[in-house]
Design a protein around this ligand. Structure first.
Ligand code: NAP
Length: 248
């Protein structure tokens, strides 16, 4: 148990929501980041408070550095930062690379890659013993897409997650001597609304038969792995990437 703050980006829905609730159950004070769905974020805060946990909702589009700085300022007022979950991520509509606009690719990288790196920068400034902090954990959300490449679907998304894998390894080494562990989860097909936002709501269930375990995963199954990485049970785990994908 801990009473430190965890900042979770994109915690209003899906994997981020499940992680917020699981982290609060382990004593974390949760900063629930969201992009635009304030109602959903407030529901997550209410769910946590209903179980005697502590949470605040903070609007933060991780594609905007000003929002990131404001979110960490709000987190500073909530307690001592002990963890960051770089969960916010977007997909585009199903497309080939020769159909993609520059704007789409730039937005994908701004949210999925630059946003994660900037949030990690702010977390390291607060948690690193080099800066007078008490240490902590950063968990990044990658995807099995980083290994599969997602041809004819969203190669730009897959490439953004490949960048997250490299970032996890490099940052983990950089801050390993400063009390900070860095790890990533590579989810497989998980039952959330991200598939609908890519224009293909049935995608996960349609592809489930191709998963060795023959089913999609749940947000709670990803959250379990994330909170394990955040815990002292994972005290020797850093620069590591864990597939939670039913074997996919
Ligand atoms: P989701 O159900 O679509 O939820 C997305 C969450 O991120 C929402 O809370 C949303 O906030 C927020 N968000 C969207 N754009 C944002 C932005 N620009 N800045 C900050 N927050 C933003 O997604 P999910 O399936 O839970 O995915 C979470 C992470 O897991 C992502 O990084 C995704 O790539 C990764 N992942 C998911 C799967 C899967 O099958 N679901 C598989 C592999 C990896 P609002 O509610 O305000 O819109």
């Amino acid at each position: 148990m801990t009473d430190k703050v965890v900042v979770i980006t994109g915690a209003s829905r899906g994997i981020g929501r499940a992680t917020a609730i699981a982290a609060a159950a382990r004593g974390f004070r949760v900063c629930v980041g969201y992009a635009s769905n304030e109602t959903a974020a407030r529901q997550v805060v209410a769910a946590i408070e209903g179980r005697n946990g502590k949470a605040i909702a903070v609007k933060c589009d991780v594609g905007d550095e000003r929002d990131i700085l404001a979110m960490f300022k709000a987190a500073d007022g909530f307690g001592t930062l002990g963890a960051l979950v770089n969960n916010a991520g977007i997909v585009g509509t199903t497309s080939r690379v020769d159909e993609m606009s520059a704007e789409r690719i730039q937005r994908m990288m701004a949210v999925n890659v630059t946003g994660s790196i900037l949030c990690a920068r702010e977390a390291v400034k607060r948690m690193s013993t080099r800066h007078g902090g008490q240490g902590g954990v950063i968990v990044n959300l990658s995807s099995v897409a980083a290994k599969l490449g997602s041809p004819n679907t969203y190669v730009d998304y897959a490439a953004s997650k490949g960048a997250i894998d490299s970032f996890t390894i490099g940052l983990g080494h950089e801050v390993a001597g400063e009390g900070i562990r860095v790890a990533a989860i590579r989810p497989g097909l998980i039952d959330t609304e991200i598939h609908a936002s890519g224009g293909d709501p049935d995608r996960a269930h349609r592809l489930a038969d191709g998963v060795p375990m023959k089913r999609v995963g749940t947000a709670d199954e990803i959250a379990s792995a994330i909170v394990w990485l955040m815990s002292d049970d994972a005290s020797y785990v850093t620069s590591a990437i864990l597939d939670v994908s039913g074997g996919r």
